[in-house]
Design a protein around this ligand. Structure first.
Ligand code: BGC
Length: 753
């Protein structure tokens, strides 16, 4: 990517562009002459029939998308672009729709307001949805976003980010789904399924090993293929199996020496070969570096092609076809894969509407609120400080702009939410400056608290002066500090300390009032030097458009917290596999010097080693015998849960059953987790379930361990090997915990991916 993403002036000009999607023109000829219209034929035959009816130029039309801010007026560019991420020109004579692409997983994005005044419902961060451990919440979020996308005439949602968090400071950790392949895969699969229930295409991204934002366009991620199959690739595979996304987006970075978007091992051997994936591979924006190499490696569509050094899949591809450097059959296959995504998701038979449709934003806000309420994690609750008493007379809310809203993460996933933006801080420099701003959603925790305790005096101090905040805390019955840490795509944070001296603020407030609660609005883990001094701590992530209400409901017990950490919180940065973002200083110097605005676009390729292999996150902590501040899977409730009667049976599959009882006085949800380890190996999450229980209620739960989690990848045989023998099973409340244990003997087995 050699240009900034959104030149502001262009965006403003484009914002008013006339927008009408031409309905596909389907002539009234009999179906026999147009076999692609015959739904009974199945996707493969229909896609092949369409390809056979297309000219070479029409096929070439399908293998690139235009980047609206730069494409306007260029020869061949669509004349009716919706300002957004990208657009593929359709073939009306064959009913092939124009593809209109929008970001992403947290809502229909409108990053720097390319579409003036266009708002959408903002879900909480992906980490919050993952923290729910609830595929139903993920599905509901996906279905909601997909319906808004369709109503705004988008038919490809660039959602589905599932890169595993390998480093706790990753700029996009908030967008993703944590560090565990099973949890991330299951949640992502449900989200994608929800998106596509609207007959639009979802992607899954960024394939693969895009674990660091610093230098993301030149970082060469190094990890042996076996470990990759057992970790990051497994998350993709589980999500693809469950969500069946129409497309896969390849990543910016290199993987083991080749750019991800021209990496034959990834795109052909694994995705098409091992996994039999039939949809299309689109590049990330500005991630293409060649014509013949990329096409022959398995890339089907060059996204936002104006962001590349040249339009690789334009005239150069036509030339490469003429010279035989790319076989014509390969172009056929590329077009067929794009069409497969379009047909398989139902888009071909049910194209997006020609005009914007009404959206029930009030109903959608409830989807966002439920996701936030299920995703907030209660980390600490000494002396049962929470839930707060509704009789409290004086409550002081401190910091984080909690008087007006809640923080959101930056980058391509940024949604301009319903209700507007109460605080917005433009970036002056750095790789994210052209497409990210620090913004708050209009959902005031303070107002939500006031609504729950109308009899109390609720005041706000901004926290910029710790002494003033401490004085206000002293004069109150309860102090609630809102601590924030902003993250954005294209940059990693430098360390895990809360920025702007917020630790000192929390120290001062906690010293002034022992009844202090801290609410963290962060895009991942933070260090908590003050933890022992603060009785109550909530991890609220970026809680989305109804975050204020969700936080207040948890604080006052209207909702019983049930979130579990999808990511390990370390005691110190040095516990992570790498001490800091790799090559941080050099990349920042390069970006500053070249003003590339693109996370290392002009810098030289550099390696990132991942010696932890498949031991990502909590498994790294176990292997290193390190104790985290809070482990993966951890989260408290206002009630208690007891486990009994663990039974495991081995053989071909590992079945686990047990009873879980709500032994407290409130209704609540628990997330029993099953970790399995072979002798000498780290334990892996092999099954989990969110269970809602009334006070005193007992549920008998039966789970089946995910077989691939128990198995080793055999790269030569290109399949899984579940090595027969004894496996240790722990029914646990978090990684490293073992409430009940048992052993099972598994039969030796090999199976296809
Ligand atoms: C991001 C993708 C995004 C694309 C289009 C890229 O910079 O990495 O996740 O979908 O832009 O906006």
């Amino acid at each position: 990517m050699s240009e900034t993403r959104f030149p502001i002036l262009r965006c403003i000009l484009l914002a008013g562009a006339a927008l009408s999607l031409t309905a596909p023109v389907l002539a009234a000829a009999p179906q026999a002459a147009k076999p692609w219209l015959n739904r009974k034929l199945g996707t493969e035959a229909r896609a092949s029939a369409l390809v056979a009816a297309m000219t070479e130029d029409e096929k070439l039309q399908l293998v690139r998308t235009w980047f609206p801010p730069f494409a306007q007026g260029k020869p061949g560019a669509p004349t009716d672009m919706v300002p957004s991420a990208g657009e593929m020109v359709g073939v009306p004579r064959l009913g092939i729709p124009t593809l209109r692409e929008s970001d992403a997983s947290l809502g229909v994005a409108n990053q720097v307001e390319q579409r003036k005044g266009d708002v959408a419902t903002a879900l909480p961060a992906g980490l919050a949805t993952a923290a729910s451990f609830d595929p139903e919440v993920a599905y509901a979020g996906g279905a909601m976003i997909g319906s808004e996308a369709r109503a705004k005439r988008f038919n490809v949602l660039l959602a589905g980010g599932v890169n595993l968090t390998r480093d706790p400071w990753g700029g996009r950790d908030f967008e993703y789904l944590g560090e565990d392949p099973l949890l991330a895969g299951v949640i992502d699969g449900a989200h994608i399924k929800g998106v596509q229930s609207n007959h639009i295409v979802s992607t899954i991204k960024h394939f693969a090993l895009n674990s660091q934002e610093t230098g993301r366009m030149v970082a060469d991620a190094k990890l042996d293929w076996t470990s990759l199959h057992e970790s990051d690739l497994l998350a993709f595979k589980i999500a693809i199996d469950q969500g069946r996304p129409g497309s896969v987006m390849c990543a910016y970075n290199l993987v083991n020496g080749d750019y991800a978007c021209e990496n034959k091992e990834l795109l052909t051997t694994i995705l098409r070969g091992d996994w039999g994936y039939k949809g299309f591979v689109m590049s990330d924006w500005g991630a293409v570096h060649s014509t013949a190499k990329a096409a022959n490696a398995g890339l089907d569509q060059d996204s936002g092609a104006e962001l590349d050094k040249m339009i690789y899949f334009g005239a150069p591809l036509k030339e490469a076809l003429a010279k035989g450097e790319v076989p014509k059959a390969r172009l056929d296959e590329m077009a067929k894969r794009v069409l497969t995504g379009i047909i398989e998701t139902g888009l071909y038979d049910d194209p997006a509407p020609a005009t914007n449709q009404p959206i029930d934003y009030a109903a959608h806000a409830l989807v966002a609120q439920k996701a936030a309420e299920e995703g907030i994690v209660l980390l600490r609750n000494e002396g049962d400080m929470l839930p707060l008493a509704t009789q409290a007379k004086r409550i002081v809310v401190i910091g984080g702009h909690a008087d007006v809203g809640v923080l959101s993460g930056g980058g391509s996933s940024q949604v301009r939410s319903v209700g507007g933006v109460p605080v917005e801080i433009p970036l002056k420099s750095g790789p994210a400056a052209s497409f990210a701003r620090t913004t708050w959603h209009n959902s005031s925790p303070m107002k939500a608290i006031q609504a729950l305790v109308p009899g109390a005096e609720v005041t706000y101090v901004d926290g910029s002066d710790p002494a003033a905040a401490a004085a206000a805390a002293k004069a109150a019955d309860i102090a609630i500090v809102f601590a924030t840490q902003w993250r954005t795509e294209a940059e990693d944070i430098h360390n895990l300390t809360l920025p702007n001296d917020q630790d000192a603020l929390i120290d001062a407030v906690a010293a002034a009032n022992p009844k202090t609660a801290v609410v963290l609005e962060t895009g991942g883990p933070v260090l908590m030097s003050w933890l022992e001094k603060v009785p109550a701590v909530l991890a609220a992530w970026y809680p989305g458009q109804r975050g204020g209400e969700a936080i207040a409901n948890i604080l006052f017990g209207k909702v019983n917290p049930s979130g579990r950490l999808p990511i390990t919180f370390p005691v110190a940065e040095k516990q992570a596999p790498r001490p800091a973002p790799v090559n941080l200083a050099a990349i920042e110097a390069n970006d500053a010097a070249s003003n590339a605005g693109s996370a290392g676009a002009q810098a030289a390729i550099f390696p990132i080693e991942y010696p932890e292999g498949a031991n990502v996150g909590y498994r790294w902590f176990e292997a290193q015998k390190e104790k985290p501040l809070f482990p993966f899977g951890y989260g408290l409730s206002y009630t208690h849960f007891a486990y009994k009667n663990l039974k495991v049976t081995g053989g071909a599959t590992l079945a686990i059953s047990f009873d879980v009882t709500n032994s407290g006085a409130r209704a609540g949800a628990d997330v029993p987790q099953v970790y399995v380890a072979a002798d000498g190996q780290t334990a892996r999450l092999a099954a989990f379930q969110r269970v809602e229980l009334k006070p005193g209620e007992t549920r008998h739960v039966t789970l089946t361990a995910e077989r691939r989690i128990l198995s080793r990848w055999d790269d030569k045989a290109r399949g899984w090997h579940l090595v027969g023998g004894r496996y240790h099973v722990a029914l646990a409340r978090a990684a490293g915990d073992a409430a009940l244990t048992a052993d099972a003997t598994m039969t030796d087995q090999r199976f296809r991916p």
